[in-house]
Design a protein around this ligand. Sequence first.
Ligand code: GDP
Ligand code: IMO
Ligand code: MG
Length: 428
Amino acid sequence: MKNTVVIGAQWGDEGKAKITDLLAEQADLIIRYQGGCNAGHTVCTNGKTYKFHLIPSGILYDKTVCFIGAGTVIHPESFERELNELKAEGVDFKNLKISPLASITMPYHIEIDGYSEAHAGKGKIGTTKRGIGPTYTDKMGRCGFKIQDLYSFEALNEKLDLILPLKNKMLKHVYGLEGYSKECIISLCETYAKLFKPYVCFDWQDMLNRYKDRTILFEGAQGVMLDVDYGTYPFVTSSNPIGGGAAVGSGYGPAMIQEVIGVSKAYVTRVGEGPFVTELNDETGEKIQRIGREFGVTTGRPRRCGWFDSVIMKYAVLVGGITKVALTKIDVFDTFDEIKICTAYKDCRNDRVYTTYPTDVFIHKYLEPIYETMPGWKTSLSDIRNYEDLPDNAKKYIAKVEDLIGAPIGIISVGPDREQTIFLPEKR
Ligand code: GDP
Ligand code: IMO
Ligand code: MG
């Protein structure tokens, strides 16, 4: 396998974890490079379902080293909970490693996230309330804590003197929240240091050098349309889920990346606020939600559902650097008479047609999707394992999507299980 990045091509929850787990067998090192416990990743195999948030979905393989990279943010209490839940499922963590450069989500980051969401009115983003935005804000504002600080009293002490006075002023006067004493943060950090100790990879530079000539899988969280630079800003997360994010957040440079697999559902879902041109607020939307079991892994919120949107997918191929697509949940359409694909948007104010993605999201309320309708296949795809055995209408649907998005589809997923996967031949 080439060194591969797995990214979400839509607004998250595309089935990235299933694809990561599937490819993990061929990888020697898996690196999660951005995001934090806002992610909810599901892997179904051997009759068991595993839920991951921060821990790389490749951890189920014995021989694969899983590295949580510098671009991630880690909330210690959530990390501990995830570890304990997975340990109860029999998962082993001997291969888990954490970058000393990863950022720490402090208790006040969670409080600020909650406060901001509660007081934002119409500007609410619908975050996962996991402190993601405030942690990345502090990282970029150069007043955050990194895992390595936990193991240096000098760094912690100096940083607290630099950061805490202003942070406390903001907590009190802007947010009306309690401040934190230096002693309290030091005591928290001692607890965190013990929690992370077995996993922190202080010799990460040697490790990355050792794996340079082996097979590396980069695991993305969220999706291109939630990217802080390219997504539906401001209704986005605070990191870079695009393929390029892997080079920033992993410790390897861009030349190490040989393939970017963009994972996309055969329809679109979104959790939280923000524009969504093909959203269906009708029976069809409910049907997709019911059959696709579209409820968030992290927050349990129902996911908004709509038809496949080739305008955003073409955009994701471009800015995400996608070289190959994995199309998931195609089985959700097994009972559908007709399946729609959005080929362009029309601005209802002036009939202007967009075939490339308009990045000003404040005009999206005026956009109407233009659809092409395909006939359904009206049979179950769940047990099919070869492209040749797919019904003609499913093959036509795949070809149409491929044609519209301008990238080859390499993998089709016909069910949640690891086995329910079809690798497509290049020549069909
Ligand atoms: P991720 O965040 O991209 O890893 O995706 P999630 O785990 O949040 O959500 C994807 C959901 O779809 C999970 O419940 C998966 O088990 C499920 N899933 C993945 N691929 C398929 C598929 O091809 N068909 C069906 N029916 N479910 C799938
Ligand atoms: P995975 O990796 C779907 C969404 C939130 C919200 C916005 C900002 O499972 O695909 P944040 O808490 O990150 O500040 O929230 O981003 N969001 C996700 N939506 N899947 C995810 O992760 C998400 N992570 C964040 O719902 O709209
Ligand atoms: Mg998810």
